[in-house]
Design a binder for this molecule. Structure first.
Ligand SMILES: [Zn+2]
Length: 239
């Protein structure tokens, strides 16, 4: 084992770091598509809810209008009867009937007005949702194409990096390769090598004995940090 072997694993750790960054970029790209899909799903749900509410309100309004029509008919019949009443008793009864009918009509008309406002609201909501859904079809397609290209580019880069990593691993002496692979498995996304400096592991600050530090820096021994379990390399391998 010599310093160049350690330099090789530092290079691999650096390449791993690049792979991680490319994977992060792929995740970011995929997130762009997911975000717009989520927005579209939300709008679809809103549209289905407002469509249902719209139908419901329109149905209610229709039956209210029928009721109002009936009340108006009775009112008009009452008005007609007023002209032919023959006694004060009949007059009073008819007048009371008309007054009650008028109050009922007013209340029904108030309810109808409220329903019409509701209908307006749901119609607006429907148009907004439909507009968004129609408009976002092409946006989604554009983004999906962009993402597909970017992901393909990143994937190609990762493939190339992995080829280089494989080739470099081939040149690693087994005594170094085995502990490095263990360290790499644990820290693939967070730099799998560390070095001893001022009596501590530079990544986790755990103590490294003077003797170990000397052996590590002379590239004699392969040591692993007792705390974070990263492989410890001579500082001079990092340049
Ligand atoms: Zn450590």
């Amino acid at each position: 084992m010599n310093i160049d072997d350690f330099k090789t694993i530092v290079e691999i750790a650096n390449l791993d770091f690049k792979v991680t960054n490319h994977n992060k970029k792929i995740a970011e790209q995929n997130k762009r598509v997911e975000e717009i899909k989520t927005q579209r799903n939300e709008k679809e749900q809103l549209l289905s809810h407002s469509t249902e509410k719209l139908k419901e309100s329109q149905g209610e309004l229709k039956s209210l209008e029928a009721k109002i029509f009936e009340v108006e008919k009775k009112l008009s019949q009452g008005e007609d009867r007023l002209t032919i009443v023959t006694s004060e008793k009949q007059l009073n009864a008819t007048q009371t009937e008309i007054n009650t009918g008028k109050i009922l009509k007013e209340s029904l008309e108030g309810q109808a007005l409220e329903l019409m406002e509701k209908i307006d609201f749901y119609q607006d909501e429907n148009s907004t949702s439909k507009e968004f859904l129609d408009g976002s079809v092409s946006t989604l397609e554009e983004i999906e194409n962009e993402v597909k290209d970017q992901v393909a580019k990143e994937t190609k880069e990762i493939e190339n990096l992995n080829k280089r990593i494989e080739a470099l691993l081939e040149t690693c002496p087994p005594l170094l390769k085995t502990p490095f692979l263990a360290s790499r498995k644990k820290f693939k996304d967070d730099f799998s090598v560390a070095w001893a400096e001022d009596g501590v592991c530079n990544r986790c600050q755990y103590a490294v004995s003077k003797n170990d530090q000397q052996n590590i820096n002379r590239a004699i021994n392969v040591e692993v940090c007792m705390s974070c379990e990263r492989i410890l390399i001579p500082k001079s391998a990092v340049s």
